[in-house]
Design a protein around this ligand. Structure first.
Ligand code: HEM
Length: 219
């Protein structure tokens, strides 16, 4: 399941948020137009190169922000191999137990992000990204990934077993969004609005069925 359901869930949440925020979709269009030097329409958009996709800043922010408030995986499990003392308490977790970390708590905490529950991709343009504490990177042969556990946002986990697919996921999801956004304008069904989260599946999906309207863009 690694790399399928997680990427599909992230793409779905990104599209739903774009449908609810057409101004952000317009920012992506403006970036494409300035990059390719012309207005892009349903049929007339170029196939982007790998470098082009890496350079799409607005799409990058959209994926990053979607992963902040709608990380597909909200529980990271670890087996305790040595007793772990909880800082500033008398508690010690004995070896042999399992612990679960849920970074969505810090990722949606006002202590770290203003309007923390709101989907605001442009927040990643500002100093908040520069202040990101998760700077240490390691390359296990799949592209450099951050491994530190100190960032408040950890949609790909942390440490030795953190996700190896981050770079691939960004390229894949940004490419899908690029194609869909150029072909269609999306909007939410006003009667239903943004769906709630369904916590009953391992990967957190929208509570369905979800109605999202799409209209072919002009050329
Ligand atoms: C948005 C997309 C994705 C998200 C949010 C995601 C998230 C995660 C998370 C939270 C973990 C567990 C990390 C931990 O326990 O610290 C994980 C593990 C893993 N992911 Fe992903 N993932 C994504 C896409 C991918 C892709 C595209 C691939 C492969 C092409 C992939 C391959 C893996 C593998 C192999 C592991 C297990 C690593 C290990 O245990 O050493 N993931 N992922």
């Amino acid at each position: 399941m690694a790399g399928q359901h997680t990427s599909a869930a992230t793409t779905t949440w990104a599209l739903l948020n774009l449908a609810a925020n057409p101004d952000v979709a317009n920012e992506a269009h403006a970036e494409n137009e300035s990059k390719f030097g012309r207005k892009l329409g349903a049929k007339s958009f170029p196939e982007p190169s790998y470098e082009d996709v890496k350079d799409f800043v607005v799409l990058d922010n959209i994926v990053r922000e979607t992963l902040r408030i709608r990380p597909p995986i909200i529980e990271l499990m670890r087996k305790v191999v040595k007793p772990v003392a909880i800082p500033n308490t008398n508690y010690v977790i004995p070896a042999g137990n399992y612990i679960i970390a849920s970074p969505i708590i810090s990722a949606t905490d006002e202590k770290y992000y203003k309007a923390a529950e709101d989907w605001v991709p442009s927040r990643w343009n500002t100093a908040e990204k520069e202040d990101d504490m998760d700077k240490a990177t390691t390359d296990y042969g799949f592209g450099a990934t951050t491994t530190s556990a100190r960032s408040p946002t950890l949609p790909f986990g942390a440490g030795r077993h953190r996700c190896i697919g981050e770079q691939f996921a960004y390229i894949q999801i940004k490419t899908i969004l690029y194609v869909l956004l150029n072909r269609f304008d999306f909007s939410l069904d006003p009667k239903r609005g943004m769906p709630e989260r369904n916590y009953q599946s391992m990967v957190v999906l929208p509570e369905g069925p979800v109605l999202c309207r799409y209209k072919r863009r002009a050329d």
